[in-house]
Design a protein around this ligand. Structure first.
Ligand SMILES: C[S@@+](CC[C@H](N)C(=O)[O-])C[C@H]1O[C@@H](n2cnc3c(N)ncnc32)[C@H](O)[C@@H]1O
Length: 282
């Protein structure tokens, strides 16, 4: 018996070593057809005029393009975010950063949040959506990333409470430009050592922007800069929340304590890895 399009797609994805071939086949076919994934199965007919589009999408996936970059969106926390080649695909680890920020904001009643490196805007938009009386400023060096942030803020209906600034935080006038103090600074900065980038998975190395990955020779250059500017940007009692990479906790703690901030909490991910550090300006 002839294979259906659904079965053919699954088999191509299995051959390419894709971990969830059935799910991804449904996602790709529904994307091409403009339907929902649950409606796709062996009986699904893909009209001749859409077969080439489906082939292209499957080929991209076989070549290592992440599924969310093909579909143009990704789920993060409770929401769905637009993604493109110009932004880091939101990661489950970053949900820990977000959840820690939400918990602290709810307890402390902080109202002004600065996010350094907004990318897709998944953290900033979720904070604004979850806590209705918060105001945020989001900074990124990439205008293309900020255009995606803006679209995501609009999608969640939170654009009125968030200001976006296109700026390099290494600029001498960075603090001056922001011109206010914040109750919280949250950041998932680039933290991969430059020399390790070429050994990352293809999905990351080729399809996430270098600007979102490269943490300099030791992976710590952005933490060092953030530690330098944070004390001036924070109100007394304000918090800095940072996502960190594997094995960076001790170095990042040292950098921030040297800058005069007190380490108050470490949050581990599900594998037990130290993933989020919290510091306080006493
Ligand atoms: C790891 S991504 C985080 C994106 C998003 N917050 C998330 O967690 O998915 C870091 C972001 O920092 C931005 N960035 C890198 N260097 C920067 C700099 N010197 N000044 C401002 N933004 C920078 C990148 O463009 C990127 O969007």
């Amino acid at each position: 018996m002839l294979e259906t399009i659904y079965e053919q797609t699954i088999n191509k994805l299995i051959k390419a070593g894709i971990a969830s071939p059935r799910l991804e086949a449904r996602l790709l076919i529904s994307y091409v057809l403009g339907t929902v994934p649950d409606e796709v199965g062996v009986q699904t007919i893909v009209p001749d005029n859409l077969l080439e589009k489906l082939d292209n999408c499957v080929q991209k996936r076989v070549d290592g393009m992440p599924i969310d970059k093909i579909l143009g969106h990704k789920e993060f926390y409770k929401y769905d975010f637009i993604v493109s080649k110009d932004v880091l695909s939101p990661r489950p680890d970053t949900e820990i950063l977000l959840e820690t920020a939400l918990r602290i904001l709810q307890l402390s009643g902080g109202k002004y949040v600065l996010e350094l490196g907004v990318g897709s805007g998944c953290v900033l938009s979720s904070v604004l959506k979850e806590i209705v009386d918060i105001q945020c400023v989001g900074v990124d060096i990439s205008t293309k990333a900020l255009s995606i942030t803006r679209q995501n803020m609009q999608r969640l209906g939170v654009e009125n409470r968030g200001n976006l600034l296109c700026k390099d935080w290494f600029d001498d006038d960075f603090v001056e430009c922001l011109n206010r103090e914040f109750d919280m600074i949250v950041s998932n900065p680039p933290y991969i050592k430059t020399g390790d980038i070429q050994s990352l998975d293809t999905e990351v190395q080729k399809y996430d922007p270098l600007l979102a990955l490269d943490g300099g020779e030791d992976g710590l250059k952005h933490y060092t800069r953030i530690a330098k500017i944070a004390p001036t940007l924070l109100c007394a009692g304000g918090y800095v929340l940072l996502e960190i990479g594997f094995g960076q906790a001790a170095d990042v703690k040292q950098i921030f304590e040297k800058a005069g901030l007190k380490h108050s909490k470490t949050v581990r991910d599900l594998s037990g890895i130290e993933r989020v550090l919290v510091f306080e300006k006493c």
